[in-house]
Design a protein around this ligand. Structure first.
Ligand code: MG
Length: 254
């Protein structure tokens, strides 16, 4: 899983290096696909079953698009934000990560949305090493986002990951009574989770677009998404998609 995670990190680095006004989301997707081919990695996204199979190796979600955006001929422009999500399998094991990038200068409130979303993932990683139940982590994530004046998306959640991209358990970025009763789980060494908070500047509600994949905010306000594949170890956590030296997004997020 460490190998798959490092290929995912490499792909994100290549994608980030291409981002500038005028580039299309399809061009970025093609570069990630080449990276996977050169690394003998298999895309987890291309062909993913749905009403229509997902057609690309990345999800590229721009501005009010939350997740599952389909790369295409859209040219990014100054002031946009773009969430890139991608995953691959290497030697039978999976890695999955997402990051939202600003294109040039963005509105200060949008900048804050990115900082809070990245911050809530960092918070989750820190808490996973100390809490015993996921609901304790999720509750603090929800409070962190709410205190910032934003909304956690509830329609989509993180997941266990291993031989398959989506394994049990479901990993919500919020905790309610129903989850505590029916879905909560212990943070035991050996578990690997894809934790992926999606944060909306406005309300939490999302709706699917006519392409059957792209999920957008119902109120049209921007949304951000950060994700890492994280192993729980005896001594804390190990972020498998943070790069060979644990660089995280620092190496390329700006
Ligand atoms: Mg995921």
């Amino acid at each position: 899983m460490r190998k798959a995670g490092s290929v995912v990190w490499e792909a994100h680095k290549i994608a980030a290096g291409m981002l500038q006004p005028g580039v299309t989301t399809a061009e970025v997707d093609a570069a990630v696909e080449r990276c996977f081919q050169e690394s003998d990695a298999e895309s987890l996204f291309k062909g993913y079953p749905g009403r229509v199979p997902f057609p690309a190796v990345t999800c590229m979600s721009v501005n009010e698009e939350v997740v599952h955006g389909i790369p295409g001929s859209r040219k990014l422009v100054e002031g946009d934000i773009v969430s890139i999500d991608t995953g691959c399998k290497v030697n039978g094991w999976c890695g999955d990560a997402a990051v939202t990038h600003p294109i040039g200068e963005v509105d200060p409130e949008v900048r804050r949305l990115l900082d809070i979303t990245r911050g809530v993932l960092d918070l989750a990683i820190e808490l996973m090493g100390t809490k015993s139940l996921w609901s304790e982590v999720a509750e603090e994530m929800q409070t962190f986002v709410r205190d910032a004046g934003f909304s956690v998306v509830e329609n989509f959640v993180g997941h266990g990951i291993g031989r398959q991209m989506h394994e049990d358990p479901q990993v919500p970025n919020f905790a309610n009574e129903h989850f505590r009763r029916t879905g909560d789980f212990r943070l035991l060494p050996g578990r690997v989770l894809a934790v992926e908070p999606m944060v909306n500047m406005g309300k939490k509600r999302v709706r699917v677009q006519t392409d059957h994949w792209t999920q957008s905010t119902a109120d049209g306000k921007p949304s951000a998404h950060f994700e890492h594949t994280i192993a729980i170890t005896e001594s804390g956590t190990d972020v498998l998609t943070a790069g060979p030296n644990g660089e995280g997004w620092e190496a390329y997020a700006e």
